[in-house]
Design a protein around this ligand. Structure first.
Ligand code: 4NP
Length: 155
């Protein structure tokens, strides 16, 4: 299974989700490819936001190696499931979809938890508390994904 997390800047939500899921899959001995990308070029090639690095580190996850990169249509060939964070991502990704099969790979991340297309709020313009909350939200979703993959269930 190859999983891609996508957000706007690829410096807060998606690199945190990538780090969290990698850790949970390793703990469960599940083999998978996990990466992240974004739609906005403001922070290309930059490491994650300091606040994201800090909250990840506090939870035993090192995301300092991550570098922001843009989503491309090739990602539909490289990944089986593409998790988006919010409705703006859903609009942006439509510019890259080439066919129905591409579209089928895209899911709101929080839909794995409760079946609804709920957003993972953007913490960038908020404070550290917001990052803590976002981390917990991502953690919950990644636990569900990791458990499902372990049990060979659909995600
Ligand atoms: P992310 O957060 O999409 O979770 O990485 C953001 C990062 C940067 C910006 C917006 C959101 N920005 O406007 O630069």
């Amino acid at each position: 299974m190859r999983i891609l997390f996508v957000c706007l800047g690829n410096i807060c939500r998606s690199p945190m989700a990538e780090g969290i899921l990698k850790k949970k899959l390793a703990e469960r001995n599940v083999d998978a490819v996990v990466e992240s990308a974004g739609f906005e070029s403001f922070h290309i090639n930059e490491p994650p936001d300091k606040r994201a690095v800090k909250i990840a580190k506090k939870n035993g996850i090192d995301i300092t190696e991550s570098r922001s990169r843009l989503f491309t249509s090739d990602d539909f060939d490289k990944f089986d499931r593409i998790f988006i964070m919010e409705s703006s991502n859903n609009r942006d990704i439509k510019y890259f979809t080439r066919n129905e099969d591409d579209l089928k790979k895209v899911k709101y991340l929080m839909s794995v938890v409760h079946g609804k297309n709920e957003a993972v709020p953007d913490p960038y313009f908020g404070d550290e508390k917001g990052f803590e909350k976002t981390f917990q939200t991502l953690d919950k979703a990644c636990t569900t994904i990791a458990d499902k993959l372990k049990n060979k269930e659909e995600i």
